[in-house]
Design a protein around this ligand. Structure first.
Ligand code: MG
Length: 280
């Protein structure tokens, strides 16, 4: 397979990412897919999605889990609502992730991904041991489906993430690296983080952002690819350095302004094509 296949983050009916048909019309070889909502993760939905993608020859490189009630409005909202960390919804969401993994199998995809939420930084915190155990259960279920689990970056520092993955002792647990999230959450300089996480990076989001005035307390600002503080050329050069050859998945989640979203994704495709030509 060609190195660094360009792709885009898409969804069906989940209100995130680009619409599947629009992705097809852009002529891209790969997509990541946000899992359909509860009640639509069945073989009929999988077949419908596969039928939509078939004429375009698109392959799905990861299925992302997401849950009702998650909010990315502010950093405290993320702590309270996102991923498998909030205790009240943890077991229910774990069951949903099992279902999403089963759905990914139906659609022929060997990667499931998610935001775990804010993992405690203190590894002696009992809540840390709890999330390690929950992640092990998820990885075990995914392994039964022949899948890897990719953790979306952002909430943890590079060191925190590497320690966490090592503590789970799961050999099918890897990283979906999102350089913009490192900036948005104030979790560390993204290029350095790529070097620290290295071989554990098995998928990436091509997304850009500007640092907040008070990183870690306030949100940074997401931008069009190339306009933020990531430095896309340095990002790709560093991926090259660590031997990353997987897909480059563009993420631009502004579905409330679909025309702008499409135009900016088009711009990102052009930018990545140019950088690939320069670097490969
Ligand atoms: Mg992302």
């Amino acid at each position: 397979m060609e190195n660094w296949q360009i792709g885009v983050f898409t969804s069906v009916g989940a209100g995130l990412g680009l619409d599947l048909d629009l992705a097809g019309a852009m002529g891209l070889p790969t997509i990541q897919l946000h899992a359909p909502p509860l009640g639509q993760r069945d073989q009929a939905s999988a077949d419908k999605i596969l039928a939509t993608l078939a004429p375009y020859g698109i392959s799905i490189t990861a299925v992302f889990g997401g849950f009702e009630g998650e909010s990315y409005e502010t950093i405290p909202a993320v702590v309270e609502t996102v991923g498998l960390m909030p205790e009240e919804t943890r077991q229910k969401r774990l069951q949903e992730m099992f279902e999403i993994s089963d759905f990914a199998k139906m659609i022929g995809c060997d990667v499931v991904a998610l935001h775990l939420g804010f993992v405690p930084h203190d590894t002696t915190d009992p809540a840390y041991q709890d999330i390690v155990a929950v992640t092990q259960q998820l990885c075990q279920h995914a392994a039964g489906n022949g899948q890897a689990v990719h953790l979306e970056t952002g909430q943890e520092t590079a060191e925190g993430l590497v320690t966490f993955i090592s503590d789970t002792k799961c050999d099918n647990l890897f990283v979906n690296f999102d350089p913009a999230n490192m900036i948005l959450y104030g979790a560390g300089e993204p290029i350095e983080a790529v070097e620290k996480i290295g071989k554990l990076i098995k998928s990436v989001h091509c997304k850009d952002a500007k640092w907040a005035g008070k990183p870690g307390e306030e949100w940074g600002e997401e931008t069009k690819l190339g306009d933020g503080d990531v430095g896309m050329k340095a990002f790709l050069q560093t991926l090259q350095k660590i031997g990353y050859t997987g897909p480059l998945t563009i993420e631009r989640e502004i579905p409330q302004t679909p025309e702008k979203q499409q135009a900016e994704i088009g711009h990102a495709v052009d930018l990545l094509k140019q950088l690939k030509e320069d670097l490969l």
